[in-house]
Design a protein around this ligand. Structure first.
Ligand code: KIV
Length: 273
């Protein structure tokens, strides 16, 4: 009799030890099926609040409710058995106080089974990051372009284009690292600044539109698959899944119209794909 050893999940502390080592690979995931496909190839999967825009057609991420994050978080945890699963805290669920953040983050961890949460903000969130980390909740921070602050930032723009803006962003990176975050997403940071920040802090930096100077990269899965209708300029498309879906649906529609339905010889028994 052979007994298969259960697959062990990657943990937040393991991601933290990857500073300066092999590049950390990550993608967003919102469902069980795409999580299962990505699982063998990524170190962590982020259930990003970008799901509001990508999956639910919202204009921005501000309207995403906590319950929706939990529902998608559960699906991703069910789909992937190896990658660390990180769930985003949505706008309004953590900014008020460390105790509000703890209450909601503990709910996310209990109800999804994820291994860490992510929240947006630098120095202003340091107290909260410390509060959560000290109470058993691993925190990934997110600085630079923080989409939940879009109304303050005035749009989806590269951060740190001019040197006079660097000090604040560097201070944010240092503050979240000192507060106990196990890694930090750098979104839309100009390359020289991403390189400086990556050198200055001891936790891994995960870039999105922030260059290969970072310790790893995350992309929105639907963007790199060619499935999104609007994609940031820095995203390389690794597939043409949108057009593959369209041509499959077109063929299906043509078959149905020509009445080529499966006959009674077909049963509901499952076939392996
Ligand atoms: O919500 C999200 O998908 C994110 C990534 C873009 C980092 O925060």
């Amino acid at each position: 009799m052979s007994v298969q050893a259960p697959v062990r999940r990657i943990t937040a502390p393991e991601i933290a030890t990857r500073k300066g080592g092999e590049a950390i690979v990550s993608l967003t995931a919102y469902h069980a099926h795409t999580a299962a496909i990505a699982d063998p190839y990524v170190d962590f999967l982020l259930v990003g609040d970008s799901l509001g825009m990508v999956m639910h057609g919202m204009e921005n991420t501000l309207g995403v409710p906590l319950d929706l994050m939990i529902m998608h978080g559960r699906a991703v945890v069910r789909g992937a058995s190896r990658a660390l699963i990180v769930v985003d805290m949505p706008f309004g669920s953590y900014e008020e106080s460390p105790s509000q953040a703890f209450r909601n983050a503990a709910r996310v961890m209990k109800e999804t089974g994820c291994g860490a949460i992510k929240l947006e903000g630098g120095a202003r969130m340091a107290e909260t990051i410390n509060y959560l980390s000290e109470r058993g909740i691993p925190v990934m921070a997110h600085i630079g372009l923080t989409p939940q602050s879009i109304n303050v930032l005035g749009g989806f723009k590269t951060q740190g284009r001019t040197k006079d803006t660097w000090a604040l962003i560097e201070a944010d990176a240092k503050a979240v690292a000192d507060a106990g975050a196990f890694s930090v997403v750098l979104e839309a940071l100009a390359e020289p600044l991403a390189a400086r920040v990556t050198k200055q802090i001891e936790i891994p930096t995960i870039g999105i539109g922030a260059s290969s100077a970072c310790d790893g990269q995350i992309l929105v899965m639907e963007d790199m698959l060619g499935l999104s209708s609007r994609v940031p300029k820095f995203v390389k498309e690794f597939g043409a899944v949108g057009s593959a879906i369209e041509s499959a649906i077109k063929s299906y529609a043509e078959e149905v119209k020509s009445r080529e339905f499966p006959g009674p010889e077909h049963t509901y028994a499952m076939k392996d794909t």
